[in-house]
Design a protein around this ligand. Structure first.
Ligand SMILES: Cc1cc2nc3c(=O)[nH]c(=O)nc-3n(C[C@H](O)[C@H](O)[C@H](O)COP(=O)(O)OP(=O)(O)OC[C@H]3O[C@@H](n4cnc5c(N)ncnc54)[C@H](O)[C@@H]3O)c2cc1C
Ligand SMILES: *[C@@H]1O[C@H](CO)[C@@H](O)[C@H](O)[C@H]1NC(C)=O
Ligand SMILES: *[C@@H]1O[C@H](CO)[C@@H](O)[C@H](O)[C@H]1NC(C)=O
Ligand SMILES: *[C@@H]1O[C@H](CO)[C@@H](O)[C@H](O)[C@H]1NC(C)=O
Ligand SMILES: *[C@@H]1O[C@H](CO)[C@@H](O)[C@H](O)[C@H]1NC(C)=O
Ligand SMILES: *[C@@H]1O[C@H](CO)[C@@H](O)[C@H](O)[C@H]1NC(C)=O
Ligand SMILES: *[C@@H]1O[C@H](CO)[C@@H](O)[C@H](O)[C@H]1NC(C)=O
Ligand SMILES: *[C@@H]1O[C@H](CO)[C@@H](O)[C@H](O)[C@H]1NC(C)=O
Length: 556
């Protein structure tokens, strides 16, 4: 109890100090924008922070970065506290349409899709895993964007973002990397997770890029300002944007060279559509005046879908809520920049073919938090997570996903206003291949549990006893049962993309220079341009894309 009070009190004080420090305004954060800028960047997320910071390196160009939200709270800097910010005012808190093939454990079959709103964007809410995927992921990208072409950018981004850790390897990681991969049929790789953490704190493009740039005279940042529309002249050339600040104030800002939209996988297609570029039928049925018919905007929406599989442990080697909330952990974190709070809890990754198993080393957390951020019904949550009422329960979570799902959904307009969230339908698990590939992941996860290394820890998989799946023999080796559980329990992997696909074919939305086809002075740089899902996490890939985009813009 005392531990708990001290920990809470401490967090409150640090939070207060951080707030005080951060509100000493940087020079670039302004109240009143000028009439025009050379470059305007929409969205200060993972990509937007890179683009705006790099472009403002030339002192004779003027750059404006516009962000719908403000500053993130101090808690977002603590890696393990990331989920606490979901569903608060720094989250767009999107909800998908009710899902037909999946999400049966969730209220109204709806997934919650958090997206960061504020300086840093989703990079300020994410779980900090660093990856560039594999060479094969890039085979459908246009010339100039192959895995080999991007190597210099990967090296640069790694050196900026993926810094050496302060945390010694724990017992779960030891167990994982001791697993003898030659025991499995087929090629299995087991890797320690890489991350973007610096001295125990979140390391995002807000930290690594924007904070280095935000005292430049030629660089302006408008926070708490929503871009409501892109304005075109009658030759489909971008002239400027309309923005909203406060609740009633609108303003038009003009752009000289180009507008760069970095509003993310949902925000970018949404802004395009309300501005009159998108599928003809949708623009027409929502009374949006048409600038350009681009049928593929909002289509090709993909995401990873994670099956959480709980594993009980006999040995006390996992991260539990009780272990987190101790004075010792606070001292470790604040004085030595290490300890449980300094990690994201993600231990490592096991991969075979297109199936991935992430080992998340947290045995117990707050039920209310985890249940609500994922939209679980209470009884579903409790049947999936045996640790739900016990702060010291030992175990870990396997997050099993198919890295290259075939199912594709879409984002469509709910109205002609940017203020109404668009309809998001990821159509998870529409194709049977995605079930098979997830089942391969389940098999892999169980094979790993069956090794000496994990048997020593007393690892035993938890079999959810769920009404909807009870008529099947309860065993993950039974494909009917495992399919039932996958369709029931799997959750968004938080990696949506593809909605403004890059390509050199007629159907693509942006070309190989990331310019929007059929209009002028308009570029998109963010997750929405990535044509296919990555075999891994996208954040560092997006940073590499943004770095290359800056080189392309500078060549002009
Ligand atoms: C909970 C969670 C966990 C994740 N974990 C990982 C992980 O471990 N590793 C990983 O690699 N990836 C992870 N991701 C995904 C990764 O963070 C995103 O793919 C990445 O941040 C997307 O970058 P972006 O630039 O495309 O968009 P964002 O970072 O979302 O930026 C878009 C920005 O635009 C702003 N914006 C949108 N519309 C407007 C408008 N009309 N006017 C003004 N501003 C606007 C938004 O407020 C936001 O700041 C995670 C994501 C989430 C949400
Ligand atoms: C900015 O300065 C660079 C060199 O310092 C020059 O090459 C470039 O043309 C200048 N751009 C503008 C817009 O004046
Ligand atoms: C386009 O706009 C220009 C200047 O605003 C105007 O002179 C011209 O008539 C317009 N053309 C069309 C086809 O509307
Ligand atoms: C992995 O893929 C290869 C090639 O498609 C296939 O031969 C092999 O059976 C797969 N392994 C597993 C375990 O599914
Ligand atoms: C993985 O998925 C990709 C894309 O769907 C496919 O081309 C590839 O053959 C798959 N690999 C294996 C080993 O199944
Ligand atoms: C909580 O979990 C711990 C560790 O597994 C166990 O020792 C303890 O008995 C559990 N408490 C309750 C109330 O179930
Ligand atoms: C969007 O996706 C859903 C689910 O796959 C589908 O039913 C719907 O027809 C799609 N809408 C558009 C406009 O493509
Ligand atoms: C692209 O469009 C052009 C002109 O409309 C057409 O000639 C060409 O065949 C199309 N290419 C593809 C791959 O569809």
């Amino acid at each position: 109890m005392w531990n708990y009070i001290c920990v809470s009190g401490f967090f409150l004080i640090v939070s207060f100090l951080y707030h005080y420090y951060i509100t000493i305004q940087p020079v670039s954060v302004i109240q009143y924008p000028k009439e025009n800028y050379d470059y305007i960047v929409v969205g200060a997320g993972t990509a937007g922070c890179v683009i705006a910071s790099r472009l403002s390196e030339s002192p004779n160009t003027t750059v404006l970065l516009i962000e719908a939200g403000g500053y993130f709270n101090w808690l977002t800097t603590v890696p393990l506290a990331a989920p606490l910010m979901q569903s608060t005012n720094v989250d767009w808190s999107y909800k998908t349409e009710s899902q037909y093939y999946s999400s049966r454990a969730l209220k109204n079959f709806q997934q919650l899709w958090p997206r960061g709103k504020g300086l840093g964007g989703s990079g300020q809410l994410n779980y900090l895993v660093h990856s560039f995927g594999i060479a094969d992921d890039y085979k459908d990208w246009p010339p100039g964007w192959s895995y080999a072409d991007l190597q210099p950018y990967f090296r640069k981004v790694s050196s900026i973002m993926n810094l050496p850790g302060t945390e010694p390897d724990g017992p779960l990681l030891d167990a994982l990397i001791r697993v003898d991969t030659t025991l499995f049929d087929g090629k299995v790789t087991i890797e320690k997770a890489k991350n973007t953490i610096k001295r125990g704190g979140r390391w995002s493009t807000f930290n690594a890029y924007l904070q280095n740039a935000w005292n430049r005279e030629n660089f302006h940042i408008l926070t708490d300002t929503l871009v409501t529309k892109i304005l075109f002249n009658n030759k489909s050339i971008v002239e400027g944007i309309k923005v909203r600040f406060g609740s009633e104030n609108f303003k038009i800002i003009n752009v000289n060279r180009e507008l760069i939209v970095c509003a993310g996988a949902i925000g970018s297609p949404h802004l395009m559509m309300v501005s009159g570029i998108g599928p003809f039928d949708q623009l027409q049925s929502n009374q949006v005046p048409i600038i350009r018919n681009i049928p593929q905007i909002g289509k090709n929406l993909y995401d990873h879908l994670n099956l959480p599989m709980y594993v009980n442990l006999k040995m006390p080697v996992s991260i539990t809520l009780r272990k987190m909330q101790t004075i010792a952990e606070l001292i470790k974190y604040f004085i030595f920049e290490t300890g449980l709070l300094a990690t994201n809890g993600i231990i490592g990754n096991i991969v075979r073919n297109n199936s991935s198993v992430v080992l998340f080393g947290v045995g117990s957390t707050d039920e209310k938090l985890l249940k609500d951020v994922a939209n679980f019904k209470t009884e579903s949550f409790r049947s999936l997570f045996p640790s739900y009422n016990n702060n010291s329960w030992e175990g870990f979570l396997y997050l099993i996903n198919c890295m290259k799902p075939r199912s594709r959904g879409n984002i469509t307009l709910a109205s002609d206003s940017i203020l109404d969230p668009p309809k998001i339908d990821p159509a998870y698990l529409e194709y049977a291949e995605d079930i098979l590939c997830t089942q391969d992941g389940i098999r892999l996860a169980l094979e790993v549990l069956n090794t000496e290394s994990f048997r020593k820890l007393g690892a035993k998989v938890h079999l959810p006893n769920i009404k909807e799946c009870r008529h099947f023999h309860q065993d993950y080796d039974n494909p009917d049962y495992s399919e039932c559980i996958i369709r029931y329990a799997a959750l968004t992997g938080h990696h949506p993309g593809g909605t403004c696909r890059m390509g050199v074919d007629n159907d693509s939305v942006v070309d190989d220079k990331l310019m929007v086809n059929g209009v002028k002075k308009l570029r998109i740089v963010d997750a929405s341009i990535i044509p296919n899902p990555m075999s891994g996490t996208p954040n560092s890939v997006i940073i590499a894309i943004a770095e290359r985009a800056v080189d392309i813009i500078r060549e002009n």
